[in-house]
Design a protein around this ligand. Structure first.
Ligand code: SF4
Ligand code: SF4
Length: 164
């Protein structure tokens, strides 16, 4: 198990603990709203990209071509919400779910300083006090561990430098 595996395992454990305390947590299979309204293109470290690139390379050709077109269509600095170029728009599924970036794994379950890293649906519940017992993950600690995993670049920059 390497450092990235350990980070994934720790995030999975936090997410599981949160879900166990709130079985009707809004994040569920089929909810792709956050993948369709990203503040920016997901960024990931060199180590994460290596795995993601392998996962992309293993996808069927049609899917790889669709993703290549979606990446090519994204401007360098998109203005406004971004639809993740990896998202399968027909099924609402992430085609590389097992190798998705840490940023995607923590979203919905982590906070950073005084800021919740989650969508409007969770924000509404949190504001109403419904999630008062939640022990949120600490994204500042995650960022410190990510810093040891190599350079960070936007997904599109990694892809353009070394297409899958
Ligand atoms: S963070 Fe919000 S939009 Fe994303 S999966 Fe969870 S409930 Fe859905
Ligand atoms: S990599 Fe996957 S989980 Fe992350 S934003 Fe894109 S489609 Fe969603």
């Amino acid at each position: 198990m390497d450092d990235l595996d350990r980070l994934h395992a720790d995030i999975d454990a936090r997410v599981l603990a949160i879900r166990a305390g709130a079985p009707d947590w809004p994040c569920a299979k089929g909810c792709d709203t956050c993948c369709r309204h990203l503040a920016d293109v997901p960024s990931l470290t060199a180590m994460e990209w290596e795995r993601l690139r392998d996962a992309l390379a293993a996808l069927p050709e049609r899917q790889r071509e669709r993703i290549s077109r979606a990446v090519a269509a994204l401007p360098e600095a998109p203005a406004g919400p971004v639809v993740c170029p990896l998202l399968d728009g027909e099924t609402g599924a992430c085609p590389v779910y097992a190798c998705r970036p840490v940023a995607c794994r923590t979203y919905g379950f982590y906070v950073q300083r005084d800021r919740g890293l989650y969508c409007r649906a969770i924000e509404v519940q949190a504001a109403a006090g419904a999630l008062a017992d939640t022990v949120w993950g600490n994204h500042d600690a995650v960022d410190r561990r990510l810093a040891a995993l190599g350079e960070t670049r936007p997904l599109t920059a990694w892809f353009r430098a070394a297409p899958a």
